[in-house]
Design a protein around this ligand. Structure first.
Ligand SMILES: Cc1cc2nc3c(=O)[nH]c(=O)nc-3n(C[C@H](O)[C@H](O)[C@H](O)COP(=O)(O)O)c2cc1C
Length: 363
């Protein structure tokens, strides 16, 4: 199944293997601009049916990590063009992940106080400037609550970012509604204690996500819009949320009518709960359109998900870091290069080392 072409609406891909979005923080400074080194990296991996490029902040206040490439200035658009051209030259397809971190930030990164559903924070750290110089992990700052007018403006930022992505040559956009970032903060009780139409009931807590989806569908068309959620992940929160699974199921049932390019489940990063098979069945009862799954998948487990009809795409993260030719290796059952924990420091920031210098299989 993994190697069969995929078609849905305007989106067609050579296979069902996706490269999962991975922040690698290798921008040109100042301005956090995508560069030729990134184009080389993504071009090397364009055998993937679909590449989802790393989270791209949609505005200055949406930024939570230093050196991540934005999609809100003219320079960003021009920089991303090199990346989409490199992917398209090799016959690949590219969606950009649109990112607003909400409270997972600090004013030393953006010059602005972080924003969220409510003025609440959990213990949490992000990559930013250290007081003693250089970069490292710093504690996040307490956010301020967005006003209703500011929420509308934030939706406008998502729309502008989607238009920018189209101009940069992307085939679509993936809304980042996972991993404890802004949209997830609106969905969970611990971070959303609003008493207006964006807080309280489950319907109100899913409102921002649905409004962003609808605005982007109107702006660029449903087959260019996807969304990533992670109801079983506890990233950015102290505890799991008692209602997030139920809320997610209700929200995706409502999203069915949009006919999005795909719905992406991130299942297995940092702190998470195992996804029960019953959840996959419940998802399929309310959602018949394309689904992507990511999280510690192997060729075998990915094929099993596809064969059972629980997913249409399998996304791989870390295996794509170390295996630029992952698709060929899987197709031929060639061994994979495993990630060396000593190379951890090359994941975020730095130069070509640990980025574009992983070799294809030599036999
Ligand atoms: C270095 C690194 C950076 C990541 N950055 C992002 C990101 O920007 N957005 C996102 O949604 N997930 C991000 N993830 C999570 C991956 O998309 C993926 O879900 C995760 O690595 C699990 O898949 P894997 O086990 O195949 O690596 C990142 C993962 C890694 C290893």
């Amino acid at each position: 199944m993994l190697f069969k072409p995929f078609e849905f609406g305007e989106l067609s891909t050579a296979n069902r293997i996706a490269m999962a979005p991975m922040t690698r923080s290798r921008t040109n400074q100042p301005g956090d601009v995508p560069n030729q080194m990134m184009a080389t990296y993504y071009g090397q991996r364009a055998d993937a049916g679909l590449i989802v490029t790393e989270g791209a902040p949609i505005s200055q206040v949406a930024r939570g990590y230093s050196m991540t490439q934005g999609i809100y200035t003219r320079e960003h658009i021009e920089g991303w063009k090199q990346v989409t051209e490199a992917i398209h030259q090799r016959g690949g397809k590219a969606f950009i992940q649109l990112w607003h971190v909400g409270r997972r930030s600090h004013s030393s990164i953006t010059g602005l106080q972080p924003v969220s559903a409510s003025a609440l924070k959990d213990p949490d750290q992000v990559f930013g400037p250290l007081p003693e110089g250089g970069f490292g992990m710093i504690e996040t700052e307490t956010p301020r609550a967005l006003s209703v007018e500011e929420i509308q403006a934030t939706i406008g930022d998502f729309v502008q970012a989607a238009h920018n992505a189209m101009e940069a040559g992307f085939d679509g956009v993936e809304i980042h509604a996972a991993h404890g970032y802004l949209i997830d903060q609106f969905m969970r009780i611990a971070s959303n204690q609003r008493d207006d139409q964006y807080g309280g009931s489950q319907e109100n807590r899913m409102r921002l996500m649905l409004e962003v989806v609808e605005a982007l569908v109107d702006a660029i068309g449903a087959d260019k819009v996807a969304i990533r959620v992670s109801p079983h992940v506890i990233e950015g929160f102290k505890d799991s949320d008692p209602e997030i699974v139920e809320l997610t199921l209700k929200a995706i049932a409502k999203m069915s009518r949009f006919n999005l390019a795909y719905l992406h489940f991130s299942e297995n990063i940092s702190r998470h709960e195992e996804v029960p098979e019953s959840f996959r069945q419940q998802v399929r009862e309310v959602y018949a359109n394309p689904i992507m799954v990511a999280g510690k998948l192997t060729k075998q487990s990915a094929n099993a998900l596809l064969d059972k009809g629980y997913a249409d795409f399998a996304a791989f993260g870390t295996p794509f870091v170390t295996n630029p030719d992952l698709v060929e290796r899987m197709k031929n059952d060639w061994p994979l290069t495993e990630f060396d924990p000593d190379a951890r420091l090359t994941l975020y920031g730095g130069d070509e080392r640990g980025f574009t210098d992983y070799a294809c299989y030599q036999g």
